[in-house]
Every structure is written in structure tokens, then in C-alpha cells.
Write a protein that binds this ligand. Structure first.
Ligand code: ADP
Ligand code: MG
Length: 227
């Protein structure tokens, strides 16, 4: 099995620029989406074309949103956060989609969890990304096990969150490139989820570690320092 510790490059000037441009793209995009919907209902014969246009606009929006997160970790102040509540809410958000794909999400908190200093929305986004990847790795269904527990590493207190799937795993040549932008094997993927997640975890002074074996599954370990 192949392992990799994900580490992001420093947010470069180009990265900041990209995030700024992404922000500016959002408003015109919203207008385009609105009028496309309007035209779709007006020109019913051409509904398919307008539907495709809407789908493509949604895709631009998805990419733009992921880019914007890149600039944010430095702006928002951290607050005491309850990891158990964060994970429960993410699991409940993803549960409906998982059930449709025959995937069972099993979340277990092991012992008491101390508070972390965090940006709750950003951490939610990390776990949405990672758990979604786990679900998507099992096209014929399976189980995703999510555990959270307190951990002590060299005298430091951490919360350790593990997301373990029994999916198709990650090919060796790909695992080395994870966290780079646009690395995806999915037809509708952006290849930005892990890059954004890595940045967020690093902004929280945590670590993200991925271990995978083809056809056995993938385990993602995230450690976050406690308050
Ligand atoms: P996306 O999901 O849009 O493709 P990500 O950055 O989230 O982008 O993931 C990049 C790639 O890493 C995925 O396309 C997939 O090939 C691989 N990957 C990530 N997580 C898993 C997983 N749990 N199981 C299998 N492959 C994964
Ligand atoms: Mg993803």
C-alpha cells in the first residue's frame, strides 16, 4: 500500500489572484444562471440545450467556489469548535446521497473530544470533500467508517479523525500527485477537493495523511490540535 502526507505549497501570488478572479466571476455567473433558467421555461423546444447550459454553469460555479476557499483560511478568525457536532452535521448532510448509492456512513465518537480552535464551516467542507470521495469510490456500495478520538502525540493534544472506505483505492501513480490542482479520475470531478482540504487543515496547524491500496480501500487520517 502506498502512503502520502499531503502538504500544500505556500499560497502564491497567482493563487491569491485566482481566488480574487473567482470571486469576481460569481456575480455574473448568478445572472447567467437565472436567465438561462428563464429561457428554458420560455423556449420549451430547446429545453435540452438550456439544460446543458445550466449544467455547465453549475460546474463553473463549483470550481469557482472551491477556488475561493483557497484565499479564505487567512481571513476568518478561529473559534472553539466541537468536532463531534461538526462530524454529525456533515454525516447527516451526506447520508441521503450515500443511501442512494448503497453506501452506509457509520460515525463513531470514541471517548470525549476536547474542543479545537477552528473555522467550523471550513472544517465541514474538508469532511464533506473527504467523505464524498469515500462514497464515490464505491460505485457498487459499501461502508464508510468515520471515527474521532482524542490523541496525544509527543505531549501535544490532538483530535484524530479517520475516514475509511472499502472502495477501489487510488492508483500508485496518482497518490503521489494528490493535493495538486485538477488531479481527478472522475468524469465530473474538479480535482480541487483534496487541494482545498489540505490548505484548510494546514491553516488549522493539522495534518492530513492518505493511505490506499487498490481494491482494498482508502484511509484518510486527519489530526487537528486541540484548543
Ligand atoms: P475530485 O473528487 O473532484 O476528483 P479530489 O481532489 O477530491 O477531486 O480527489 C482527487 C482524486 O483522488 C479523485 O479523482 C480520485 O481519483 C482520488 N481519490 C480521492 N479520494 C479517494 C478515495 N477515498 N478512494 C479512491 N480514490 C480517491
Ligand atoms: Mg472529491
Amino acid at each position: 500500500s502506498e502512503e502520502r502526507i499531503l502538504r500544500s505549497e505556500k499560497l502564491s501570488v497567482i493563487g491569491q489572484l485566482a481566488a480574487g478572479v473567482a470571486h469576481e466571476i460569481r456575480n455574473p455567473l448568478t445572472a447567467l444562471k437565472g436567465f438561462t433558467q428563464l429561457l428554458r421555461s420560455k423556449y420549451r423546444d430547446e429545453a435540452t440545450y438550456f439544460g446543458i447550459m445550466e449544467g455547465e454553469l453549475d460546474r463553473i460555479n463549483l470550481i469557482v467556489n472551491e477556488f475561493m476557499t483557497l484565499a479564505k483560511p487567512h481571513l476568518s478568525p478561529f473559534q472553539p469548535g466541537n468536532m463531534d457536532a461538526i462530524l454529525q452535521s456533515v454525516v447527516s448532510i451526506l447520508d441521503t446521497q450515500a443511501i442512494l448509492m448503497n453506501v452506509e456512513l457509520v460515525y463513531q465518537q470514541q471517548g470525549e473530544l476536547p474542543l479545537t480552535s477552528c473555522n467550523e464551516n471550513q472544517l465541514k467542507q474538508v469532511f464533506v470533500n473527504v467523505i464524498k470521495n469515500a462514497v464515490e469510490s464505491m460505485p457498487s456500495g459499501g461502508k464508510v467508517q468515520i471515527t474521532a478520538r482524542a490523541e496525544e502525540i509527543q505531549g501535544g493534544q490532538y483530535i484524530h479523525i479517520q475516514v475509511k472506505d472499502e472502495g477501489q483505492g487510488i492508483p500508485q501513480e496518482l497518490i503521489r500527485r494528490l493535493g495538486e490542482p485538477f488531479v481527478t479520475t472522475k468524469e465530473k470531478g474538479t480535482g480541487l477537493g483534496l487541494m482545498v482540504s489540505t490548505r484548510i487543515i494546514e491553516a488549522h496547524h493539522g495534518t492530513i495523511h492518505i493511505q490506499s491500496a487498490p481494491d482494498e480501500g482508502t484511509t484518510v487520517d486527519i489530526s487537528l490540535p486541540v484548543l
